[in-house]
Ligand binder design. Structure first.
Ligand code: DC
Length: 668
């Protein structure tokens, strides 16, 4: 009996997700490491059903493959790149890459005899194009079930090279497998494409990776020339050759879509490393449909929700180049206020399952109209009201053993369509996600933010460490309220000085304070302190007169006490103005004002850097003197509070500090 999982909807996400390594890259890298010879260390590898199958296939062929799941590394020893075992029984499960790549790889062995078996689901998946190409190079096949299908025996005699044509229209993996194996042919191989179009980004990925492993492959778009590797000589490269697997861009698509479904923000870490995978372009689709905003922070990408645009026309998107992600968008289309036509997905009918038919069947449970074309889907969603009526009970989504159907519909199911957090989608066979991301549901669980909570972020540090610019930028990105407490002290100092009160006269300060009328108003997402109902202009509080005096006033216990209650009241002010949280910057926010803040950060920088920053801003500031006073005062001195995250910004650019700060906020 398959298990089921109810998806618990939520209101807002605030997630920081590191996608697992890419399946496509991991499985290509294993094959290329085997072909390249010598010792290869793969870092950041994906550990999932499909990659374990690939590792096991290579082990069965006699390669030394060592897996370390904790370290996410795979070590492959392949001596001179030749297949050690001339006989083996291999099971490729339902892993498309293993099925095609291993079939092509074993063809390299002279005098090889292999039995290639698979899961039943693979019996229906295409391999004929590759079989024909390998036959023309001398391989002999004996099919144990249907002709040109798994399972089969294969007698191999090496690849001769020369010209070979392949119809890879049904799966580009057949072409990728043949190209990689071609490096082991006896003479240069020219692979010509016959038949339908192939998913180009995946072939480009194969070619880039071949080049990285020291192999030569060139194309003019219809034919590919592969140079044979030098027999018996591993390519010149350090030993071990280290290859870093990039994060899985398809896996990233789920969390990139989540903010559109539940609102909020999701950070996808190391997304900038996704250069080989076409699927990284999915974020552009979300942006172009107006479903999300994205901000690239030095390689980490932050995806934000936007209000859905209502469109009168059907929106058409061609997913041919990024077809693994069509399910992600299709599943959430039930929530969109416009009709969607997805094209270019005919080949996905022959993937883990007939994806077009399967997605259509499941979407019909939630949409007014779902029409299937050969290579396309038309989806007309219900209005929200109608969807609510439809989704009265929990609806079971069948997954057909397809990890992508499970993950895509799970994202849709996070939408709180009833507004009471009750579940309306149940996913059948959730374990099927282990094909590429065993921890998917756990990660999804951590993405839910307690939406009732107002989050407080304290950012402390001395003058000119970059507090203000970083806090402002992070507040803007997170849509939090920003509070600069330095301006509170400056405004109070200004008010007291205007009343003729000097910091040396404590009694006069105390009595003048009680007469100061301070309040708050919003300027964009910035909370400004007001004095007698007005914000004191910057020119009045950010000048050398105030710079010289403010630290003296700030050292007075009565002044700090006066501002403490005001600053604490800012949480209510932010909440009542609809903010989800605030970033309050100052000197004692994490130590005195909000010692229990959700996130406490302390910024520091060496003196030279700070002086240079002020000089660049064209500001003359007695930083050193102020800092000395701030650090040594009795009440609430400037300290890095226990347990706060310390960031030394001296050798960091502003955007690096912003990126680091955002990561800390989103992960705390
Ligand atoms: O951040 P700033 O330079 O605008 O701050 C001006 C002064 O205010 C600073 O020298 C010390 C004081 N201050 C403080 O004591 N505590 C805070 N939380 C913020 C500022």
């Amino acid at each position: 009996m398959n298990s089921e999982i109810s998806i618990k909807p939520f209101r807002e996400c605030r997630a920081s997700v590191t996608p697992p390594g890419s399946k496509s890259v991991t499985n290509r890298a294993m094959v290329l490491a085997a072909l390249a010879g010598g010792h290869t260390l793969l870092e950041g590898a994906l550990f999932s059903r499909d990659t374990l199958i690939m590792a096991e296939c290579l082990q069965k062929l006699g390669y030394m493959v060592k897996l370390d799941e904790n370290e996410r590394t795979v070590e492959i020893d392949s001596a001179f790149g030749c297949i050690p075992n001339s006989e083996a029984e291999i099971n490729v499960g339902n892993a498309g890459t293993a099925a095609r790549f291993i079939t092509a790889l074993v063809a390299l062995r002279k005098g090889g005899r292999y039995l290639l078996n698979s899961d039943d689901a693979m019996y229906a998946r295409p391999i004929k194009g590759l079989v024909d190409a390998l036959k023309s190079q001398g391989a002999e096949f004996e099919f144990l079930g249907e002709e040109n299908r798994f399972p089969f025996r294969i007698k191999t005699s090496g690849l001769r090279g020369g010209e070979v044509s392949i119809d890879a229209g049904e799966s580009s993996q057949m072409l990728s497998g043949l190209l990689m194996a071609s490096v082991g042919a006896s003479s240069p191989m020219t692979v010509k494409l016959s038949g339908g179009t192939v998913s180009k980004p995946f072939v480009s990925m194969t070619m880039s990776m071949m080049e990285h492993f020291g192999f030569k492959c060139e194309t003019d778009g219809t034919s590919y020339k592969v140079a044979p590797r030098k027999a018996g000589i591993p390519p010149m490269s350090p030993s071990p050759r280290v290859y870093r697997i990039e994060p899985d861009a398809t896996a990233a698509s789920y969390f990139a879509t989540l903010p559109a479904v539940v609102s909020g923000v999701c950070q996808i870490k190391n997304f900038g490393e996704c250069v080989l995978q076409g699927d990284s372009a999915y974020i552009e689709v979300l942006k172009s449909l107006g479903l999300a905003d994205a901000e690239n922070m030095d390689g980490n990408i932050l995806v934000f929700s936007k209000d859905f645009p209502v469109r009168p026309e059907t929106v058409e998107v061609d997913f041919n180049d990024i077809s693994d992600t069509f399910l992600t968008l299709a599943a959430v289309s039930m929530l969109l206020p416009f009709n969607l036509r997805i094209t270019g997905i005919g080949h996905t009918r022959r993937q883990e399952t007939d994806r077009v038919a399967a997605v259509a069947r499941e979407l019909r449970k939630f949409c007014e109209t779902v029409e299937e074309g050969d290579g396309e889907l038309f989806i007309a969603p219900y209005t929200r009201g109608e969807l609510l009526k439809k989704a009265k009970a929990e609806t079971l989504v069948h997954t057909y053993g397809d990890h992508r159907i499970a993950m895509s519909f799970a994202i849709a199911g996070c939408a709180d369509i009833r507004g009471d957090g009750s579940s309306w989608i149940r996913i059948e066979d959730p374990e099927c996600v282990s094909k590429t991301w065993g921890e998917f549901f756990e990660v999804l669980y951590t993405a839910r933010k307690d939406s009732k909570k107002f989050r407080i972020v304290a950012v402390d540090g001395g003058a000119a460490v970059g507090k203000s610019s970083v806090s402002r930028e992070c507040s803007r990105i997170l849509r939090y309220m920003h509070v600069d407490t330095g301006s509170h002290y400056r405004t109070v100092a200004y008010g007291l000085l205007e009343n003729g009160v000097d910091a040396s006269d404590k009694a006069a300060v105390a009595s003048a304070l009680s007469k100061l009328k301070i309040g708050a108003m919003l300027d964009g997402n910035s909370a400004k302190i007001t004095l007698s109902g007005n914000v004191v202009p910057d020119s009045e509080i950010r000048n050398e007169r105030i710079n010289m005096k403010v630290a003296e006033f700030a050292a007075i216990a009565e002044v700090r006490e006066f501002l403490k209650s005001y600053q604490r009241s800012m949480a209510d002010f932010g909440r009542s103005n609809g903010f989800e949280g605030m970033i309050m910057e100052g000197r004692d926010i994490g130590s005195v004002i909000f010692p229990d803040a959700d996130t406490r950060i302390f910024l520091d920088a060496d003196e030279a850097t700070r002086a240079a920053r002020r000089a660049k801003e064209g500001i003359s500031d007695s930083i050193k003197k102020r800092d000395e006073l701030d650090r040594t005062r009795k009440t609430a001195p400037l300290v890095c509070p226990d347990g706060a995250e310390l960031i030394d910004t001296s050798n960091m650019t502003k955007s690096e500090v912003v990126r680091k700060t955002l990561s800390i906020i989103l992960e705390s």
